[in-house]
Design a protein around this ligand. Structure first.
Ligand code: SAH
Length: 242
């Protein structure tokens, strides 16, 4: 129950449960998170390029999970904070950072609550493959915008709400290839690029670049290309200077 003064957190408990249950498999490159492992170097390169170098940057990774992206960005020289609402994923992330001898500040908090304390502090805010798991994505997008410094970069990625994404991203990935556990994605929660750009715009951000994440079944490899954004895509935004 909520009271008049207590805002309902923008969290779907069923989603968090799902990620809690999968947590021990985060760092298995052939397990449940195989696609994220394979896409990771491509997304880090995109963020590094668009963010004009990760080295020395203050970065916030929203919905960091077990820390795949957070660690890669820390390795590239960024000072990284990772936030997530899955305590199990954060536990795995903390242990793995220790093993990797990387210093990353992991915290269990929502983007909205974190933004209330740390507005305007980050050079780069990343929020990858997370928006399709929250009840109100626009609220997370607003929080990310608030957290960035003026002139800061904000990078989102999600799945497009197309038939192709439903077939490739859900049916093929979960039921045929079994890359992901069944039920990982609900295609009705996928987000069209126009909707993401609209929400970013409403949050005061300028959309700057968009690219698609593609899979080539012949080479079994992922690649980035802006030839289409039909399935999985990345949007890079900038917070205007004041
Ligand atoms: N960004 C990571 C992980 C994506 S999986 C990557 O791309 O490698 C989605 C993550 O979002 C999960 O770890 C899940 O626990 C987290 N999540 C879902 N709802 C959330 C919320 N409301 N606040 C913070 N994290 C959330």
């Amino acid at each position: 129950m909520t009271t008049a003064n207590t805002a309902t957190p923008n969290v779907d408990p069923a989603e968090i449960e799902k990620f809690n249950a999968m947590a021990s498999r985060w760092w298995d490159p052939t397990g449940d998170f195989k696609p994220l492992h394979e896409v990771n170097p491509l997304r880090v390169q995109f963020i590094d390029q668009y963010g004009q170098g990760l080295a020395g940057k203050k970065v916030l990774d929203v919905g960091c999970g077990g820390g795949l992206l957070s660690e890669a960005m820390a390795r590239a020289g960024a000072e990284v904070t990772g936030i997530d609402m899955s305590p199990e994923a954060l536990g795995v992330a903390r242990l793995h950072a220790l093993e990797s001898e990387l210093t990353i500040d992991y915290q269990q908090i929502t983007a909205e609550a974190f933004a209330a304390e740390h507005a305007g502090q980050y050079d780069i805010v990343t929020c990858l493959e997370m928006l399709e798991h929250v009840p109100t994505p626009a609220s997370v997008i607003r929080a990310c915008a608030l957290l960035a410094k003026p002139g800061g970069k904000i990078i989102f990625s999600t799945l497009n709400r197309t038939l192709k994404a439903k077939v490739l991203g859900v049916y093929l990935a979960e039921y045929v290839l079994r890359w992901l556990p069944k039920g990982t994605h609900d295609a009705t929660k996928f987000i069209r690029p126009s909707e993401l750009i609209h929400d970013a715009d409403q949050a005061g951000l300028q959309a700057k670049a968009m690219t698609g994440i593609h899979y080539n079944p012949l080479t079994s490899g992922f690649f980035l290309s802006d030839r289409n954004v039909d399935v999985n895509y990345i949007l890079a935004c900038e917070k205007p200077n004041e």
